[in-house]
Design a protein around this ligand. Structure first.
Ligand SMILES: C[S@@+](CC[C@H](N)C(=O)[O-])C[C@H]1O[C@@H](n2cnc3c(N)ncnc32)[C@H](O)[C@@H]1O
Length: 235
């Protein structure tokens, strides 16, 4: 049995289906296939679909999932899935840009429950959800090689997502409305580390500048924390 690291364990915990409901889960970019194997072994899903667009990861998934209730498909993203074939979907370990590309290419094939673990640009994924009628239900942080964010979305078809109401919208898109609201130690430590890093960039522009400005707004309007000391900055 593959042992999932904390990142994939946190993803797996978000894949929850109601009892007596069909639950076929598709994992796009399955690579080693460990997530689906663990979900099947734990009885968390009835059937798994692994999709890979590279030969070696496809072979690895095939080997891992042999003999299990799973199908491994060699395909580019959602082109390997039929409409209504899966009840939930995960994409883990890619950048937000690639995830949004995959999701936007076949919007009609995206299931109602979506779990995403972007390695970067989580803001693009949150924006995709807002624009496509998916509500952001939960956000978790898993600590491993990096600090990973795991996002759970459910289709709601509403024009608005309540979790962005009464918050600094730009900051919430970048860093997560639920994470800012919960203000857990792991999250605050991550913000402080990024703050220290971004403060040293000279010149700073573009997305890095947007992030730095947003972190300063979040930290200044949240419960007291010790900001890393910056000798040249009036505090
Ligand atoms: C960094 S690995 C992450 C593997 C696994 N999901 C994890 O989080 O441990 C990304 C995987 O996604 C696959 N991938 C990237 N783009 C894809 C696409 N458009 N369709 C299917 N697989 C894709 C890559 O081949 C690679 O195996």
């Amino acid at each position: 049995m593959p042992r999932l690291d904390d990142r994939l364990k946190t993803v797996a915990r978000q894949i929850v289906h109601q009892a007596n409901q069909r639950n076929t889960h598709v994992d796009i970019g399955s690579d080693h296939g460990h997530l689906l194997k663990a979900l099947l072994a734990a009885g968390r899903i009835d059937y798994g679909i692994a999709i890979e667009n590279k030969r070696v990861p496809f072979q690895n998934s095939t080997k891992t999932l042999r003999g299990m209730k799973a199908d491994v498909r060699f395909a580019d993203g959602l082109s390997g899935l039929q409409v209504d074939e899966a009840d939930s979907l995960s994409i883990c370990g890619m950048g937000g840009e690639s995830m949004v590309k995959i999701l936007a290419f076949h919007p009609d094939r995206v299931p109602k429950l979506v779990i995403l673990q972007p390695n970067r640009r989580a803001d693009l994924v949150r924006r995709w959800a807002m624009q496509n009628g998916y509500a952001l239900i939960d956000e978790q942080i898993a600590v491993g090689h990096w600090r990973y964010v795991i996002l759970r979305f459910e289709k709601n078809d509403s024009a608005r997502d309540a979790c962005y109401e009464s918050v600094d919208f730009e900051a919430a898109l970048l860093f997560g409305p639920h994470l800012i609201e919960r203000w857990q130690t792991e999250f605050v430590v991550g913000l402080q580390e990024e703050y220290s890093y971004l403060k040293q960039l000279k010149p700073i522009a573009g997305n890095a500048k947007k992030r730095l400005d947003a972190i300063e707004r979040i930290l200044s309007s949240s419960p007291a924390v010790d900001l890393p000391r910056q000798p040249n900055r009036a505090r």
